[in-house]
Design a binder for this molecule. Structure first.
Ligand SMILES: Cc1cc2nc3c(=O)[nH]c(=O)nc-3n(C[C@H](O)[C@H](O)[C@H](O)COP(=O)(O)O)c2cc1C
Length: 178
Protein backbone atom coordinates (compact mmCIF):
# COMPACT_ATOMS: atom_id res chain seq x y z
CA UNK A 1 0.00 0.00 0.00
CA UNK A 2 1.45 3.35 -1.05
CA UNK A 3 0.52 6.91 -0.06
CA UNK A 4 -0.28 8.93 -3.16
CA UNK A 5 -0.75 12.68 -3.33
CA UNK A 6 -3.01 13.98 -6.11
CA UNK A 7 -2.89 17.75 -6.64
CA UNK A 8 -4.90 19.54 -9.29
CA UNK A 9 -5.84 22.94 -10.69
CA UNK A 10 -9.16 23.27 -12.50
CA UNK A 11 -11.02 26.29 -13.89
CA UNK A 12 -14.31 24.83 -15.19
CA UNK A 13 -14.26 21.80 -12.91
CA UNK A 14 -13.36 18.96 -15.26
CA UNK A 15 -9.80 18.39 -14.03
CA UNK A 16 -11.34 18.17 -10.57
CA UNK A 17 -13.56 15.31 -11.79
CA UNK A 18 -10.51 13.64 -13.32
CA UNK A 19 -8.56 13.99 -10.05
CA UNK A 20 -11.45 12.46 -8.07
CA UNK A 21 -11.60 9.59 -10.56
CA UNK A 22 -7.85 8.96 -10.20
CA UNK A 23 -8.16 8.95 -6.40
CA UNK A 24 -11.08 6.49 -6.45
CA UNK A 25 -9.19 4.15 -8.77
CA UNK A 26 -6.07 4.23 -6.59
CA UNK A 27 -8.12 3.63 -3.44
CA UNK A 28 -9.87 0.69 -5.12
CA UNK A 29 -6.36 -0.74 -5.58
CA UNK A 30 -5.72 -0.40 -1.85
CA UNK A 31 -3.61 2.77 -1.84
CA UNK A 32 -3.98 5.72 0.53
CA UNK A 33 -4.59 9.04 -1.17
CA UNK A 34 -4.79 12.74 -0.48
CA UNK A 35 -6.34 15.26 -2.82
CA UNK A 36 -5.25 18.92 -2.89
CA UNK A 37 -7.24 21.50 -4.85
CA UNK A 38 -4.57 24.03 -5.87
CA UNK A 39 -7.14 26.39 -7.37
CA UNK A 40 -8.73 26.77 -3.93
CA UNK A 41 -5.30 27.09 -2.31
CA UNK A 42 -6.03 24.19 0.03
CA UNK A 43 -3.57 23.51 2.85
CA UNK A 44 -0.38 21.72 1.88
CA UNK A 45 0.94 20.73 5.32
CA UNK A 46 2.51 17.28 5.08
CA UNK A 47 2.45 17.34 1.26
CA UNK A 48 6.07 16.18 1.18
CA UNK A 49 5.33 12.95 3.06
CA UNK A 50 4.04 10.80 0.19
CA UNK A 51 5.39 7.88 -1.81
CA UNK A 52 4.11 9.15 -5.15
CA UNK A 53 2.56 12.27 -6.68
CA UNK A 54 0.15 12.93 -9.52
CA UNK A 55 -0.40 16.53 -10.63
CA UNK A 56 -3.24 17.40 -13.00
CA UNK A 57 -3.82 20.80 -14.59
CA UNK A 58 -5.91 22.13 -17.45
CA UNK A 59 -4.60 24.19 -20.35
CA UNK A 60 -6.16 27.60 -20.99
CA UNK A 61 -4.83 29.71 -23.85
CA UNK A 62 -1.69 27.63 -24.03
CA UNK A 63 -0.81 27.71 -20.33
CA UNK A 64 -1.36 25.94 -17.04
CA UNK A 65 -2.72 27.78 -14.02
CA UNK A 66 0.14 29.45 -12.09
CA UNK A 67 -0.88 27.44 -9.00
CA UNK A 68 0.57 24.29 -10.62
CA UNK A 69 4.01 25.82 -10.99
CA UNK A 70 3.69 27.34 -7.51
CA UNK A 71 3.07 23.88 -6.03
CA UNK A 72 6.17 22.51 -7.76
CA UNK A 73 8.25 25.45 -6.58
CA UNK A 74 7.27 24.63 -2.99
CA UNK A 75 7.30 20.82 -3.18
CA UNK A 76 9.51 19.99 -6.18
CA UNK A 77 12.31 18.39 -4.13
CA UNK A 78 9.89 15.89 -2.55
CA UNK A 79 8.03 15.28 -5.84
CA UNK A 80 11.31 14.60 -7.68
CA UNK A 81 12.34 12.02 -5.06
CA UNK A 82 9.68 9.47 -5.98
CA UNK A 83 7.46 8.25 -8.80
CA UNK A 84 5.32 11.01 -10.26
CA UNK A 85 2.98 11.79 -13.11
CA UNK A 86 1.72 14.90 -14.86
CA UNK A 87 -1.76 14.97 -16.39
CA UNK A 88 -2.27 17.95 -18.71
CA UNK A 89 -5.99 18.30 -19.53
CA UNK A 90 -7.03 20.01 -22.77
CA UNK A 91 -9.37 20.05 -25.72
CA UNK A 92 -6.50 19.35 -28.12
CA UNK A 93 -5.80 16.00 -26.44
CA UNK A 94 -9.00 14.79 -28.19
CA UNK A 95 -7.71 15.90 -31.59
CA UNK A 96 -6.41 13.61 -34.34
CA UNK A 97 -4.42 16.48 -35.84
CA UNK A 98 -0.67 15.91 -35.40
CA UNK A 99 -0.02 19.66 -35.20
CA UNK A 100 -2.45 20.08 -32.29
CA UNK A 101 -0.93 17.14 -30.44
CA UNK A 102 2.55 18.56 -31.07
CA UNK A 103 1.35 21.90 -29.66
CA UNK A 104 0.15 20.44 -26.36
CA UNK A 105 3.30 18.32 -26.09
CA UNK A 106 5.30 21.50 -26.46
CA UNK A 107 3.20 23.34 -23.85
CA UNK A 108 3.74 20.48 -21.39
CA UNK A 109 7.46 20.17 -22.19
CA UNK A 110 7.98 23.91 -21.72
CA UNK A 111 6.15 23.80 -18.39
CA UNK A 112 8.13 20.78 -17.15
CA UNK A 113 11.40 22.44 -18.16
CA UNK A 114 10.42 25.60 -16.28
CA UNK A 115 9.44 23.55 -13.23
CA UNK A 116 12.58 21.41 -13.42
CA UNK A 117 10.44 18.29 -13.16
CA UNK A 118 10.84 15.06 -15.13
CA UNK A 119 7.87 12.88 -14.17
CA UNK A 120 7.89 9.19 -15.09
CA UNK A 121 4.52 9.67 -16.77
CA UNK A 122 3.08 12.50 -18.84
CA UNK A 123 -0.46 11.54 -19.78
CA UNK A 124 -2.44 14.03 -21.83
CA UNK A 125 -6.14 13.76 -21.01
CA UNK A 126 -8.95 15.09 -23.20
CA UNK A 127 -11.09 17.53 -21.22
CA UNK A 128 -14.65 18.77 -21.46
CA UNK A 129 -16.67 21.82 -22.42
CA UNK A 130 -19.32 22.96 -19.94
CA UNK A 131 -21.27 25.75 -21.60
CA UNK A 132 -22.59 27.08 -18.27
CA UNK A 133 -19.00 27.84 -17.14
CA UNK A 134 -18.13 29.89 -20.24
CA UNK A 135 -18.91 33.35 -21.48
CA UNK A 136 -20.47 33.77 -24.93
CA UNK A 137 -17.14 34.30 -26.72
CA UNK A 138 -15.46 31.30 -25.05
CA UNK A 139 -18.50 29.13 -25.83
CA UNK A 140 -18.49 30.13 -29.50
CA UNK A 141 -14.74 29.55 -29.87
CA UNK A 142 -14.76 26.18 -28.10
CA UNK A 143 -17.78 24.95 -30.07
CA UNK A 144 -15.98 25.98 -33.26
CA UNK A 145 -12.85 24.08 -32.21
CA UNK A 146 -14.93 21.01 -31.34
CA UNK A 147 -16.58 21.10 -34.78
CA UNK A 148 -13.11 21.29 -36.35
CA UNK A 149 -12.41 18.06 -34.43
CA UNK A 150 -15.65 16.65 -35.87
CA UNK A 151 -17.19 16.61 -32.38
CA UNK A 152 -20.78 17.77 -32.11
CA UNK A 153 -21.31 19.83 -28.93
CA UNK A 154 -23.79 18.00 -26.70
CA UNK A 155 -27.20 19.74 -26.63
CA UNK A 156 -27.20 19.30 -22.83
CA UNK A 157 -24.40 21.89 -22.68
CA UNK A 158 -21.86 19.39 -21.27
CA UNK A 159 -19.56 17.81 -23.83
CA UNK A 160 -17.15 15.39 -22.17
CA UNK A 161 -14.29 14.22 -24.38
CA UNK A 162 -12.33 12.28 -21.75
CA UNK A 163 -11.51 8.69 -22.65
CA UNK A 164 -12.03 7.21 -19.17
CA UNK A 165 -10.83 3.76 -20.28
CA UNK A 166 -7.52 5.23 -21.44
CA UNK A 167 -7.21 7.13 -18.16
CA UNK A 168 -7.75 3.88 -16.26
CA UNK A 169 -4.98 2.25 -18.32
CA UNK A 170 -2.65 5.04 -17.22
CA UNK A 171 -3.70 4.56 -13.57
CA UNK A 172 -2.96 0.84 -13.90
CA UNK A 173 0.53 1.57 -15.29
CA UNK A 174 1.18 4.15 -12.56
CA UNK A 175 -0.06 1.81 -9.81
CA UNK A 176 2.27 -0.90 -11.12
CA UNK A 177 5.21 1.37 -10.17
CA UNK A 178 4.06 1.79 -6.55
C1 LIG B 1 -10.90 30.17 -22.21
C2 LIG B 1 -10.45 28.76 -22.53
C3 LIG B 1 -9.21 28.57 -23.15
C4 LIG B 1 -8.80 27.28 -23.49
N1 LIG B 1 -7.58 27.11 -24.10
C5 LIG B 1 -7.21 25.87 -24.53
C6 LIG B 1 -5.99 25.71 -25.23
O1 LIG B 1 -5.19 26.63 -25.43
N2 LIG B 1 -5.69 24.46 -25.68
C7 LIG B 1 -6.52 23.40 -25.48
O2 LIG B 1 -6.22 22.32 -25.96
N3 LIG B 1 -7.66 23.52 -24.76
C8 LIG B 1 -8.04 24.74 -24.29
N4 LIG B 1 -9.19 24.89 -23.58
C9 LIG B 1 -9.99 23.70 -23.22
C10 LIG B 1 -9.77 23.29 -21.76
O3 LIG B 1 -8.45 22.86 -21.53
C11 LIG B 1 -10.75 22.15 -21.42
O4 LIG B 1 -12.07 22.68 -21.51
C12 LIG B 1 -10.51 21.54 -20.06
O5 LIG B 1 -11.42 20.46 -19.88
C13 LIG B 1 -10.70 22.55 -18.93
O6 LIG B 1 -10.45 21.88 -17.72
P1 LIG B 1 -10.95 22.47 -16.32
O7 LIG B 1 -12.44 22.38 -16.34
O8 LIG B 1 -10.39 21.58 -15.29
O9 LIG B 1 -10.43 23.86 -16.22
C14 LIG B 1 -9.62 26.15 -23.20
C15 LIG B 1 -10.85 26.36 -22.55
C16 LIG B 1 -11.27 27.63 -22.22
C17 LIG B 1 -12.58 27.83 -21.54
Amino acid sequence: MARVLVAFASREGHTELIAHHVVRQLEDRGHLTRLINLTRHEGEAGADDYDATIIAGSIHVGSFAPEVLGFLMRHGPAVREHVSAFLPVSLSAASHDDAEIAAINEIADRFLFEAGWQPEFVEHVAGAVYDRELNAVERTVLHMIMRQHETVPDPSGSTVLTDWGRLDEFIGAFAAKL
